[in-house]
Design a protein around this ligand. Sequence first.
Ligand SMILES: [Zn+2]
Length: 138
Amino acid sequence: MSTPPSSRPLPQPTRETAAYWAAAQEQRLVIQRCARCGKCQFYPRAFCISCLCDEIEWIDASGLGCIYTFTVCRIAPSPAFASRLPYVVALIDLDEGVRLLANILDANLDRVAIGARVSVCFESVSESCTLPQFTLLD
Ligand SMILES: [Zn+2]
């Protein structure tokens, strides 16, 4: 007898991340840029990690990038992920120069590679939560 899968853990927006998750709900990938020094950053913070000022603005990212590194999960970390196996977890270097963690959806595992070009897509996981994810280009 198997136990029913637990529900998938979902992000809990904070003061710093609320704008990021709200944009994702609108199928937009946003990152922070410092209004003073112009550096982009991810994950969201209340201040610029380059010059420490708090003049942070949100910009729409291109959604394009490449795989910095990845792993293929073949064992679910919890029952909530069992139906997704195997799945790819990747660090993505966006063209804007920031790195983020996401899944590569619907990937042919033979084509997932370091340096492969990817494009953002959006996975609706609940009525109030949409996750920026990625797919392989070409
Ligand atoms: Zn700055």
